[in-house]
Design a protein. Structure first.
Length: 288
C-alpha cells in the first residue's frame, strides 16, 4: 500500500527551498527523536547537496533516552547531531555554539578575501509538525521580528535574528511524495506528522496498540492499569480478527467512552489513545 500525500503547497515549498538555499550558510534539519530515520525527508539529501547541516533530533523528551543516545552516536558518523526538545529547552543552548563551530572555515575563507564578518545565515527544514515554530520561539525568546529587507522576506518567509551572530530563515514543513513503506506512514501518523484524515483512526490506533504491546508492554500496562489477565486477552485478540476491536474497547472502558446500551465508542477511544501517546504520557518511545 502506497500512501500518496503531496498537496500543492508541498510542491511550492520544495521550489521555494531550492530558490533560497543560495542565501544560507548552514541547514538546521529537524527530525523527530522518536523517528530518527522515518521523520527525515529523503529528498533533502538531493536538494541540499553539499550544504553544511546540523541535525537536530527534536522532541527528545518524548523519546526513549537510551535509544536516543544510541542514535546520536550512530548518526554523528555522517555529521553533527544534537538531541533537543523545543518545548522543554533540552539542548537549545548548544545550538548556536555548534553553528559557530561549523562556520569557522567559511569565515576564514571570507576573511582572506577581505569580506567583513556578518551573521551566520541558517535555514530550518523538516517535515510538518516537527516543532520548527516552537524552536524558533525558543531561540528568539518569543520575538520573531524581521531583520530587514533581505531575500526571502517578501516571499512569505522571514529572516529572524536569533543571536547577535546568527540569523535564521524559516521554511514550511515538507513531506515527500509518497510513503512506499506503509509502516513509515503509520509511524509518521501516530506521532502527528500526517493529518488524521489520511488514515482510519481506529485501524491506526489498533496498529499502535499492537506495536506498544510488542515493544513497551510494561509502560502500556502501567499507564492503563491493565491486569495480567487483560494483557493476555489483548494478546489473544491480536491473533483473532473477529476480536480485533478488543484493545480499543478495553481502553474505552478505562476512559469511560460509553454510548447507548453500554457499548464502547471505539472511535473516541482511538482518538484518546492517540492523543495520550503523542503527548508522551503512555511511554517514552523510539519507533525506529
Amino acid at each position: 500500500m502506497n500512501i500518496q500525500w503531496y498537496p500543492g503547497h508541498m510542491t511550492r515549498a520544495k521550489r521555494k527551498l531550492e530558490e533560497q538555499l543560495k542565501w544560507v550558510d548552514i541547514i538546521l534539519e529537524l527530525a523527530d527523536a522518536r523517528l530518527p530515520l522515518s521523520s527525515r525527508n529523503p529528498l533533502l539529501n538531493q536538494l541540499l547537496g553539499t550544504k553544511q547541516r546540523l541535525l537536530l533530533l527534536n522532541k527528545s523528551d518524548l523519546a526513549d533516552k537510551v535509544r536516543t543516545e544510541q542514535w546520536v552516536t550512530m548518526l554523528k558518523k555522517d555529521g553533527p547531531v544534537l538531541a533537543i526538545s523545543s518545548t522543554t529547552s533540552i539542548g537549545i543552548k548548544n545550538i548556536v555554539p555548534l553553528l559557530e563551530k561549523l562556520m569557522t572555515e567559511k569565515r576564514e575563507r571570507l576573511a582572506a578575501r577581505g569580506v567583513r564578518e556578518r551573521p551566520i545565515r541558517v535555514m530550518v527544514v523538516g517535515i510538518p509538525n516537527i516543532g520548527k515554530s516552537t524552536l524558533i520561539n525558543q531561540l528568539t525568546g518569543g520575538s520573531q521580528a524581521k531583520t530587514g529587507n533581505k531575500p526571502g522576506v517578501t516571499r512569505g518567509n522571514q529572516w529572524v535574528r536569533i543571536h547577535d551572530k546568527v540569523e535564521l530563515l524559516d521554511t514550511p514543513g515538507m513531506l515527500w511524495p509518497k510513503f512506499d513503506d506503509p509502516e513509515v506512514g503509520r509511524k509518521l501518523a501516530v506521532t502527528g506528522a500526517v493529518r488524521d484524515e489520511v488514515f482510519d483512526q481506529e485501524e491506526l490506533a489498533l496498529w499502535l496498540l499492537k506495536w506498544l504491546k510488542a515493544n513497551y508492554p510494561q509502560d502500556l500496562a502501567g499507564f492503563y492499569k491493565l491486569t495480567a489477565e487483560e494483557m493476555t486477552e489483548a494478546e489473544r485478540s491480536d491473533e483473532n480478527e473477529s476480536e480485533s476491536g478488543f484493545g480499543l474497547e478495553l481502553i474505552g472502558r478505562k476512559r469511560g467512552c460509553l454510548i447507548s446500551g453500554g457499548r464502547i465508542d471505539t472511535f473516541k477511544a482511538a482518538q484518546i489513545f492517540l492523543r495520550e501517546f503523542r503527548s508522551g504520557k503512555i511511554a517514552k518511545v523510539t519507533m525506529d
